[in-house]
Design a binder for this molecule. Structure first.
Ligand code: NAD
Ligand code: SER
Length: 319
């Protein structure tokens, strides 16, 4: 049985990966940590939790020792828009946190899952069917930390034999925990607005095409990769994974299938628009499919149906 620790475990991704990991491996074998402890009472009350700054290696080592941790899901990071608002803080957390976790993994013999992102690509990367192995010259601080993180994870694998693995996630869409300050957040916010008031004002232009994924597929990708046979992995970190590619106009049209009359308006945020313009339109994820059997379940229509059903039911329950 695995003994798992999550950093940043109360965030958008962590709150859902931790629930699935607890179902699979047992509640007491999955230790959630985060720098805050004021959200997600379901997780806080449902198994081991520690308030932990992931850069605090000494405290993290105590928790790893106490719970005989053998696998770390390192999810604490600043996303693209918040990183651009405070680049030094982003470097400090995204690189400092990762380096601390990799050192802990080396010392304690842990495997590590670290998400990279479509943000690891830049304006000179080929935009359509972006290959697994290609030019990466990102122009955002988030992207700089993601490319450096991919390289650092590869380094700890080939230099020290640490079992590092990771994927390049696209924008993640979910209905459990709000997103933490990304460029793709519109694709979550739009569903809440559609259910509340049949209208949404989008901060990206209507034709801005980006890769996206529904959270159940994102959770599956992380766990399947960590379970994959290492002998089949030619790549290790930063597998391209995607499930769908759309722009705000497309997403509004999908929502109109279920909420006729839904309206999308635009008030462009130049910072997030510039970031989005520098990212691919759609990724090619052949390596993940061949090396560990990646296959997404949700497309834009099935995701939209599910998101709207969950949010509408929740609204009714909340009165
Ligand atoms: P999030 O912002 O929702 O959650 C991050 C969590 O980290 C938060 O709960 C925050 O409290 C915590 N945190 C912040 N500073 C910390 C510190 N010093 N120590 C410990 N915890 C700290 O982010 P997310 O969406 O869950 O993203 C998780 C990972 O997935 C990140 O590496 C992110 O870059 C990557 N990713 C996310 C998306 C997406 O669309 N959400 C897409 C691609 C990649
Ligand atoms: N959804 C993330 C962001 O926009 C992509 O990594 O920051």
């Amino acid at each position: 049985m695995k003994h798992i620790l999550l950093t940043g475990g109360l965030g958008q991704l962590g709150s859902e990966i931790s629930s699935e990991l607890r179902k699979r491996y047992g509640t007491d074998n999955v230790v959630v940590t985060d720098i805050r402890d004021d959200v997600n009472e379901d997780i806080l009350g449902s198994g081991p939790f520690y308030k932990l700054d992931c850069r605090n290696g000494k405290r993290a080592a105590e928790i790893i020792g106490k719970h005989t941790i053998d696998t770390i899901y390192h999810l604490a990071a600043m996303l693209s828009a918040t990183s651009e608002a405070d680049p030094l803080q982003a470097w400090d957390l995204n690189m400092g946190g990762l380096l601390t976790v990799l050192e802990l993994a080396r010392e304690h013999g842990c495997a590590v899952f670290t998400p990279s992102s479509i943000g690891a690509f830049g304006p000179t990367t080929i935009k359509d069917w972006t290959p697994q192995d290609t030019l990466q010259r990102p122009t955002s601080m988030y992207g700089v930390t993601k490319v450096a993180g991919e390289l650092l994870c590869d380094y700890y694998n080939h230099r020290y034999g640490v079992d590092t693995r990771g994927v390049r996630y696209p924008g993640l869409i979910s209905n459990v925990t709000p997103p933490g300050g990304g460029t793709t957040d519109y694709a979550v916010d739009i569903y809440y607005a559609a259910v509340d008031r049949k209208e949404y004002t989008c901060f990206l232009k209507g034709d801005t095409r980006l890769d996206m994924m529904y959270m159940p597929d994102a959770v599956k990708a992380a766990i399947d990769l960590m379970e994959a046979d290492p002998d089949r992995l030619r790549h290790r970190n930063a597998f391209n994974v995607t499930a769908m590619s759309f722009c705000p106009e497309d997403l509004a049209a999908y929502i109109r299938r279920y909420i006729p009359g839904f309206e999308i308006l635009y008030s462009i945020d130049p910072v997030r628009q510039a970031i989005a313009n520098s990212w691919p339109n759609n990724l090619e994820d052949y390596a993940a499919r061949v090396e560990w059997g990646w296959e997404p379940e949700y497309d834009p229509d099935s995701m939209t149906r599910d998101m709207l059903t969950v949010l509408t039911n929740r609204k009714k329950e909340d009165g």
